[in-house]
Ligand binder design. Structure first.
Ligand code: WTA
Length: 570
């Protein structure tokens, strides 16, 4: 097995073993104001605290997209987020209300999100690619009262079907306003930037609701509380190795948890300069972002690395990428070839990290000062106990495969699934453990090795997609009688979405129909939920109770044995 040794350096986590033995989450609390007051606000600690401690003039945000190029200091962000907090107050948002943000990456997204948290709301970030149905189900479930969006996206919000949604704030020039629609820029201008908007929260008050997919049922609202910040802070310090002089770039969108925990809170709690880039992926733009901003620490995902890896090498030769000192990855298995590519191109190891929307922050990681076993996700963060357990909740010895589980009670653990206790309790079926749904094993040195999901959840291009939501949408199409959706292994994207579709007898296959079905998903649900492949078939494998057996579809697809078929209908 290949082991990559660490480079010498003065890292913030210099000795993993001793940190593991002496670390306590309680020690971290003292960094923040609330160790004295007992009250907390993650937005205050991320932004205002730096101003209070004399770092107000420091660059906090370097924003760029094809049409904008802007820099914001902590002082400026403090004022703008105060204004945003006052704006939400003025629009009758109260502590605990859900405020959703549905727009492409732009400074206003971050300002609105932090402003809403500052005044005590629970924010729900929505990925800009979501279409009407995806937006509706999330707003319906969360009973959000306010949403911040853009004139381009507003038509995807079915206001009339959402009785709880009272106000829509539009970010853009010359927006049309009425009793329900407000202009972000006008409302912001009318608000002061004083600190009185800060709502001091309890440790266990909620601040974010991230909707994420499971293998069954609708997307679920994963609810996190303010004190999650101590884990955002400490993991960003010890795993990302962030310091105040770092220029850090996390490529994830805040619609996904990586884009908030490590696109907003981790870096800003540590006072680092945060690079945010809008617009779509392109190798030239990405390398240019690193060069232009002198990015030192870079957090991205295997799919992005694979896409960069497959671009001709003369592209990368145009850029000076020597500012980079640390690279990390999350979201899918990090293939050894990618790590080798990273080493060749950047002369740095790529550090894998494992965690989930539900876990709120990193749990199993590789560290700058530790050897990396190529292909392993690394070792548990100090203060975290991870184990492999069997289907009865019993701990398994090293090298045996089983359920990857975490000893319950870490700071950034989700506190509930919104309005769904039953779903929440499913994660904690074994006394004392959170069960992740991933299968893995731990080797004799305590490194964890990812083996797969033990449910039908699909990770495509680093994004988490539930087969159920796509299947439900497919059968809404008039030509479709039944549908089963799986992830099919793919070299670049990890998995692609593949649908098996049974047509209604009144419809026949045609290329147009296939296109029409794909467009239907794209326009009703979202672009990233569109099946790349559709296979039309006469019948789907089902249990006697009528449940589609995705694992059999998967076995068909991969030409593998389908396993136990005793529950299958004839
Ligand atoms: C997968 C993303 C392999 C895993 C932060 C998990 C990974 C799911 C890794 C959560 C990794 C995450 N290696 N697989 N390093 N990190 N995953 O909620 O299956 O979007 O359960 O959170 O991504 O995806 P989510």
């Amino acid at each position: 097995m290949k082991i990559l040794q660490p480079k010498q350096g003065n890292y913030q986590l210099q000795n993993y073993e001793s940190a593991k033995n002496s670390f306590s989450w309680d020690d971290v609390r003292d960094v923040f104001t609330w160790s004295k007051t007992g009250k907390i606000n993650i937005a205050y600690e991320s932004i205002d605290r730096h101003v209070k401690e004399g770092r107000g003039a420091k660059k906090a945000l370097l924003y760029s997209d094809p049409s904008r190029n802007e820099t914001y200091t902590f002082e400026q962000l403090k004022k703008l987020t105060n204004q945003a907090a006052h704006m939400f107050r003025k629009l009758d948002v109260e502590k605990g209300d859900r405020v959703f943000i549905f727009m492409p990456r732009a400074p206003e997204l971050y300002i609105a999100l932090l402003g809403a948290i500052k005044m005590g709301a629970v924010v729900g970030p929505l990925f800009e690619a979501f279409m009407k149905d995806a937006v509706k189900s999330r707003l319906e479930d969360s009973e959000a009262s306010v949403i911040v969006t853009t004139p381009e996206l507003v038509s995807r919000i079915p206001v009339d079907e959402l009785p709880h949604l009272k106000k829509i704030i539009l970010v853009g020039d010359d927006v049309k306003t009425d009793e329900k629609h407000f202009s972000y820029s006008k409302e912001m201008k009318a608000c002061t930037d004083d600190d009185s908007a800060i709502e001091w929260m309890d440790l266990e008050d909620g601040f974010i609701l991230h909707y994420t997919s499971g293998s069954t049922g609708k997307p679920k609202g994963v609810y996190h509380v303010h004190q999650a910040m101590i884990q955002h802070y400490q993991t960003a310090k010890w795993v990302l190795d962030l310091r105040e002089d770092d220029i850090y770039w996390c490529t994830a969108d805040p619609g996904w948890v990586t884009g908030t925990s490590y696109g907003i809170f981790g870096p800003w709690l540590n006072g680092a300069t945060n690079v945010i880039r809008g617009g779509r992926f392109s190798p030239d733009d990405w390398y240019d972002t690193i060069e232009k901003n002198n990015v030192t620490v870079w957090y991205s995902a295997p799919t992005a690395f694979r896409m960069l890896m497959s671009t001709p090498s003369d592209v990368i030769k145009k850029y000076d990428l020597s500012s980079i000192r640390h690279i990390l990855s999350v979201g899918e298995p990090l293939n050894p070839e990618v790590v080798r590519w990273g080493w060749e191109v950047f002369k740095h190891r790529i550090h894998d990290t494992w965690w989930m929307t539900e876990t709120g922050a990193m749990l199993i990681c590789n560290y700058l000062s530790e050897p990396i076993k190529l292909g392993s996700m690394g070792k548990p963060f100090p203060g975290i106990e991870a184990a492999i357990i069997d289907n009865n909740g019993k701990k398994l010895p090293p090298n045996e495969m089983g359920n990857l589980a975490i000893k319950k009670g870490w700071p950034s653990q989700m506190r509930k699934i919104w309005k769904n206790d039953e779903k929440f309790n499913e994660y904690f079926a074994f006394e004392g453990w959170y069960v992740s749904g991933d299968t893995a094993y731990m080797d004799e040195d305590g490194y964890f090795w990812f083996q797969g999901r033990n449910d039908d959840l699909i990770m495509t291009a680093g994004e988490r997609v539930g087969p159920f939501e796509i299947e439900s949408k497919l059968v809404e199409h008039k030509a479709v009688a039944e549908a089963g959706v799986i992830g099919k292994p793919d070299e670049i994207r990890g998995h692609i979405i593949k649908a098996f579709v049974v047509l209604n007898p009144s419809h026949e296959y045609s290329e147009e129909l296939e296109k029409e079905i794909k467009t239907f998903i794209k326009t009703e649900l979202s672009a990233h939920a569109v099946p790349k492949e559709i296979e039309f078939t006469d019948k789907l494998p089902k249990t006697r109770s009528g449940k589609i057996m995705r694992r059999v579809l998967k076995a068909w697809e991969l030409n593998e044995p389908a396993g136990d078929l005793s529950s299958m209908d004839d």
